[in-house]
Write a protein that binds this ligand. Sequence first.
Ligand SMILES: Cc1ncc(COP(=O)(O)O)c(C=O)c1O
Length: 477
Amino acid sequence: MSPGAPADQVLDELRALRAGDLPTHGGRTLAYVYDSGLAGLDELAAAAHALASSANGLDPTAFPSLLRMENDVVATAAGLLGGGPATVGSVTSGGTESCLLAVQAARDARPDLERPRMVLATTAHAAFHKGAHYFGVEAVTVPVDPRTFRADPAAMAAAIDDRTVLVVVSAPSYAHGVVDPVAPVAAAAAARGVRCHVDACIGGWVLPYFRRLGVDVPDFDLSVPGVTSLSVDLHKYAYCPKGTSVLLHADASLRRPQFFASARWPGYTMLNSTLQSTRSGGPLAAAWAVLRHVGDAGYERLAARTLEAVRTLRAGIESIDGLRVLGEPGSSLLSITGVADEFDVFTVADEMTGRNWYVQPQFGFGSSPANLHLTVTAANRGSEAELLGDLAAAVAAAREAGPVRLPADLLDVIAALDPDTLTAGQFAGLLAAARLEGAGVPKRMAEVNTMLAAASPALRERLLVEFLSAMYTVHPA
Ligand SMILES: Cc1ncc(COP(=O)(O)O)c(C=O)c1O
């Protein structure tokens, strides 16, 4: 038996591991992380997290502090997002869990339907496809306007039928930062007696403040007639630590099917409001503390900094020769692409990585060309010129390098793969053809991304799942 390691040593090891990660602060990582830039906020969140992480939300009568904090957080979210006296909600572990529960509750509210469906714009977050997959709800996707990437309300209304249990709109969509026309879609859903969920996971804590700051934000929240639920993530623009989102329902009867009880065993009666059963009080307490400390005025100031950064970056990007911003983004997200095929955006991403910025490659899909996603936060205010200078240099380098060209034999290997029958041997063959075997994640990703872009979405899913499986395979020490 090996002895346990001293605490200091363990923490040193952890610090060393974390040193290899993307930075979570300072605005250089433009996806995955949200940095308020506020001094002391992390320390407050960590202290609050530690105070409650051992408490268990599984039983709110045993831990009434968690019940109180959850109701406080839900009330704050409802107040910000157009809730009324009947609004209720739940704190979940994140955006995906909130979206999954919206799908599950909508399905279970219609036990009479054998083959339920939900209507989504093609730009809806993949969390809804996960919900479709988990809960056996067919996802009916409706193309968006090919230029603005906004959901098409007439087409969405036309897609609603007698089997539809849910209609989903985004405020905004992750891929392009575009706010869907919530009001006409919600009205069409209501006219058919169908639930309408607004996915404001990423925009819910920033759009209300943008509106206060004078931005023309279309109506999107629970005050819009026909909207039955709305998700908003606290671990995004509320700048809370990872692990909290809020799912609001317009009234308790809409939420009822989300709750689960089982008395069919000899143990405690399992009684859950979300997908989790044991729930750490840590993320909730941290979120409660951050919301209370930053406060409404603080969030408005953070949104003002974010808005200035988005405007400066957008104008700067549009003035870089060869780049354009996709669609008409109305929030804090930008997606950028090339105006011609003379360079590769995936190479631009690598060039940015080389300059210590992370911008997120997004594959072409429908009318949306391959592009780079930027989640802009308050921490980007002040360093826009540096980012834009590096972006211009990255584009120049990508132009110099020319478009990525894959060897013909590699393209042949990809063309011959069938996602439904892919074997481990074929996957290994692809890695060998791409000279990727055994080397871990390569430093430059443009070739890999170009290879994945050459695959159909179904094959891409299959290849990446195989890759995930390889990454998460351990060899016991
Ligand atoms: C609009 C939208 N919905 C859902 C999600 C999923 O959230 P999470 O990653 O917290 O599960 C995201 C994440 O970026 C999002 O932007």
